[in-house]
Design a protein around this ligand. Structure first.
Ligand code: IVH
Length: 670
């Protein structure tokens, strides 16, 4: 008997959807991975053969596509609010009092407590039961369209079970929830990244946020992100309470976190909060608190919201996670400007999603105040994404032989004598040629907000400085003459060397303000660099400027001006600038001055550009006084179209906007 392909396709979709639900929502798989893979493979092949039957809700659409994601803006139908925080029992009691006062004596409000998952919030729009759009929170009003990436999360139904349609009235609805990564998965992923020399994520939340904003959803599909949903909204479905809301989500096939509780009184709420503050380590993912929601939707609506947070819900935030460990050694790190920062080298310990082996000690005054000594047992803390810090010392465990920590006299790296300005807590290494300062300056120079040399990160800079390829910024631009030697380095190889050399070459297009910032002049941050570049137009003007002239610029004060004067007094620095000029870096803003040809004009970029990168195109537009916006509207002046443009092009055509090819755009920026 011949199988009808379309029926088989539909059948396979239903079966796979069912298996996804069992595995990812219920955590109760009923078939082996092998069987599952076979089914998926069969479906992929059938869809390849009959592409006309491919639908956006097919399970094959979860693997990610080759099309580079463009993050269009999405207007949230209902603003995505944030929660106000509470940190104590008293504040929870105040919250309850406010709700009660509002509700009046006749009503006794009850609450639903849910775990506050430490991830990234998302909003899903379903139309006719099919997932149409997934968006990030953004600023709460406008988010980014991350649909292709969210589709890779298997617990999120691409379409909901049609059998409930009658009961729900309509399948046009919105669902909100949290995307997150489990601690073990995060650790594994970071270990792999470390092995590959890639940048590590600080915690599971950061890595989730980074993942859902990746341009390539094929990579997203390989990352272990998960989701819990906590909110269902439809203007067609009447829901009486948050409890019903959660049950509704469950019924529709969404994954909800089972550790919620219906609390009749604020005391029950407090007990729940305390309980989970104690138990937070028992679950495989990070939670940073409890969310308390008024249960009655009616009362929720009456309470409404103030500014950015609702009056009907509040977050109870846990205290930062702490742990005790041994402080093995205090080392001193030399920064690019010579500042020495004490670092606690710790017996490694797992805390809040990652293993911690170092923590900052801020400065010497802090060490003295807390009397921190090598060999002490210390309490460390990690709150949110901040660098872990040493909170206190457990003096009861202190061995009598431990000696007080002393201020170093010489730089631990170069051995030169340190100095401590009278009014500052910091101590400095004053040797400009200190290897750590050199490394620090090079890292800053190549970093993203500066010359943005892709691939030239900390580990390569360490290697190149140790191998004496790099001593100063200008050496970076001489690396192209050492191509053969670089290829010989075991870790590198031809392809990565060429990529690096290309990235170095590309960095020569960075604007003057970026170049100025990259020089790493003390106190000259990106904002000051911009102001200086705009005012002085060229480096030569800045070099010959007096202290008074520099201070004449709005918001530029005496610390910045003295630092600039000191920097350009140095013959070495002037020589360095000459070499960078020869290498072809921009030391001039004059081309852009007075040529504000895009003044007030709004541009939208769509599709893949082949000559320029998106960032380059954006920079050029801004350079000439224009604006770049992410969505097309009547107010758009130009739409620059690359290969495989998205829906923005259709919209632009409909609105009759001016459309430019990449070549035409390049003509305009010459
Ligand atoms: S309710 C107005 N419930 O916490 C209601 N939020 O600022 C807002 N979150 O952005 C959300 N778990 O990302 C809610 N069970 C939960 C949550 C939760 C985590 C996050 C969410 C939101 C932030 C609150």
């Amino acid at each position: 008997m011949k199988i009808d392909p379309i029926r088989r396709i539909e059948e396979l979709r239903t079966i796979i959807q069912e298996h996804d639900y069992n595995y990812f929502v219920l955590a109760n798989p009923i078939v082996s991975d092998f069987t599952y893979d076979q089914l998926l493979k069969e479906l992929i092949e059938l869809e390849k053969k009959y592409p006309e039957y491919l639908t956006p809700d097919s399970p094959t659409q979860r693997v990610g596509s080759d099309i580079s994601n463009e993050f269009d803006s999405v207007n949230h139908k209902i603003p995505m609010l944030s929660l106000s925080n509470t940190y104590s029992e008293d504040e929870l009691i105040d919250f309850d009092r406010r709700v009660r006062d509002f509700a009046g004596e006749a009503t006794t409000p009850d609450y639903i407590c849910e775990l506050k998952i430490d991830g990234v919030s998302i909003s899903l729009q379903y139309e006719n039961g099919i997932l149409k759009t997934a968006a990030t929170r953004g600023d709460g009003i406008i988010g980014e369209d991350v649909t292709n990436n969210i589709k890779t999360i298997r617990s999120i139904p691409l379409s909901v079970n049609k059998k409930f349609l009658k009961e729900f009235g309509s399948f046009n609805f919105e669902v909100r929830g949290e995307v997150y990564m489990e601690n073990e998965d995060f650790k594994k992923m970071n270990d792999e990244r470390e092995l590959n020399g890639e940048k590590l994520f600080a915690n599971p939340r950061n890595s989730t946020a980074g993942t859902i904003k990746l341009l390539d959803s094929k990579i997203v599909a390989k990352r272990p992100i998960k989701a819990f949903m906590y909110y269902y909204y439809s203007e067609y479905t009447k829901i009486g309470s948050q409890l019903e809301n959660l049950l509704m989500l469950k019924k529709l096939g969404f994954r909800i976190n089972a550790n919620y509780k219906h609390c009749k009184t604020i005391n029950d709420v407090i007990v729940f909060c305390k309980e989970w503050e104690e138990r937070r380590n028992e679950i495989p993912f990070e939670i940073d608190g409890v969310v308390i929601k008024v249960n009655s939707i009616n009362l929720q609506q009456n309470l409404g919201s103030i500014a950015k947070s609702p009056r009907w819900a509040v977050a109870y935030k846990f205290k930062a996670k702490q742990a005790s460990t041994l402080l093995k050694k205090i080392t001193w790190q030399v920064g690019r400007t010579g500042t020495l920062t004490p670092v606690a080298e710790l017996e490694p310990i797992f805390l809040a999603g990652s293993t911690i082996s170092r923590a900052t000690l801020h400065n010497f005054d802090e060490i003295k105040r807390k009397d921190i000594r090598e060999g002490d047992s210390v309490v460390i803390e990690k709150g949110g994404d901040v660098i872990p810090k040493v909170v206190s010392v457990d003096v009861s465990k202190r061995n009598k032989n431990l000696t007080e920590t002393e201020l170093p006299i010489r730089c631990p790296t170069c051995g030169s004598k340190l100095f401590k300005p009278e009014n500052e807590v910091a101590i400095y290494c004053d040797n400009n040629f200190c290897p750590d300062q050199i490394k620090g300056r090079l890292i800053h120079f190549a970093s993203r907000g500066a010359m943005d040399i892709e691939g030239l990160g900390e580990s390569l800079i360490n290697l190149f400085t140790e191998m004496k390829f790099l001593k100063d910024f200008a050496d970076i631009y001489d690396l192209k003459n050492k191509r053969n030697e670089l290829i010989e380095i075991e870790r590198l190889g031809e392809k990565s060397v060429d990529n690096l050399l290309n990235a170095i070459d590309k960095s020569k297009n960075q604007q003057f303000e970026k170049v100025l910032f990259s020089l790493g002049i003390r106190y000259v941050g990106s904002g000051a660099a911009k102001k200086l570049a705009e005012h002085f137009i060229s480096i030569d003007n800045l070099i010959s400027a007096t202290k008074e002239e520099i201070e004449g610029i709005y918001e530029i004060g005496p610390s910045i001006s003295s630092s600039i004067i000191r920097f350009f007094k140095s013959k070495d620095n002037l020589k360095l600038i000459e070499r960078l000029k020869k290498a072809g870096l921009n030391f001039n803003t004059s081309i852009a001055k007075g040529v504000n040809k895009f003044n007030g004009k709004s541009f939208v970029l769509t599709g893949t550009l082949s000559i320029l990168t998106r960032d380059e195109a954006k920079e050029k537009i801004i350079y000439f006084g224009g604006k770049v916006s992410s969505s097309v509207s009547k107010l758009t002046d130009y739409v620059v179209v690359g290969e495989n443009p998205g829906s923005k092009l259709d919209k632009a055509v409909k609105l009759g906007l001016k459309i430019l090819t990449e070549e035409e755009f390049i003509e305009m920026i010459k």
